[in-house]
Design a protein around this ligand. Structure first.
Ligand code: SF4
Length: 218
């Protein structure tokens, strides 16, 4: 099966399994909140980010408020997310730039998003896909692991985030990209986990390179 065909089949099956492809971060449709939560989620669980953010956003509801904040005070709200000093500095820094350069609005291009402190391609793609409805591959740990196992990218071994993003962008239909990444997160938590994938009950087992290679080598 060609990779484009495989990608289309994976998209179709995961869409049926997970009709609702929602972001695990509860950002309530607010671009600034998603940006902040995306930064906080580095080396932290989405569940933890969802717990700490209501108090953080009650204190600093938008980029204007956060731009005026003392990073030490922001750090007190996000302490349990880990790396809180650098995350607090980035939240204040990105807010200042959003206010001073972008008129308080989260930018809508990869190029501009990457100029914000603490924002890399993963967060930028999250914003482009979820907020601005643009084609975007969020190459997080689930996306990288599962796309390699399925044989969608590379030769079965996980690739770097950049290579995973590039290869998936070339084979997944643009309008499906952002939703596919959310579905891969759900699928990775429920079925294709890092340590113990449940291949015997997996809806992709008949088209999964990892599974087929394992069967062949028996
Ligand atoms: S068959 Fe196994 S390795 Fe392949 S996608 Fe399913 S759970 Fe993951």
């Amino acid at each position: 099966m060609k990779k484009t065909e495989l990608a289309s089949e994976v998209v179709s099956r995961l869409r049926k399994k997970y009709p609702s492809a929602e972001c695990a971060l509860r950002y309530e449709g607010d671009p600034f909140r998603l940006l902040v939560m995306g930064r906080l989620s580095a080396q932290c669980t989405d569940a933890r980010v969802n717990i700490v953010c209501p108090a953080l956003f009650a204190a600093y509801p938008d980029a204007y408020a956060m731009a005026e904040a003392d990073p030490a005070d922001v750090g007190r709200y996000i302490f349990s997310c880990g790396l809180y000093n650098s995350k607090a500095r980035d939240l204040v820094g990105m807010s200042q730039r959003i206010v001073s350069v972008y008129g308080g609005k989260v930018p809508d291009t990869m190029e501009d998003l990457l100029t914000l402190p603490g924002v890399g391609r993963k967060i930028a793609n999250l914003i482009l896909g979820d907020i601005y409805d643009k084609p975007a591959i969020v190459a997080d740990t689930h996306c990288i692991r599962i796309s390699a196992r399925l044989g969608l990218v590379g030769d079965g071994k996980p690739l770097s985030p950049e290579k995973t993003e590039r290869e998936l962008s070339g084979i997944v239909e643009p309008r499906e990209q952002a939703d596919l990444c959310h579905r891969l997160v759900m699928f990775g938590r429920e079925v294709c986990s890092a340590r113990s994938p449940r291949c015997d009950s997996c809806i992709l087992s008949d088209i999964c390179k990892n599974r087929l290679d394992t069967e062949q080598s028996k």
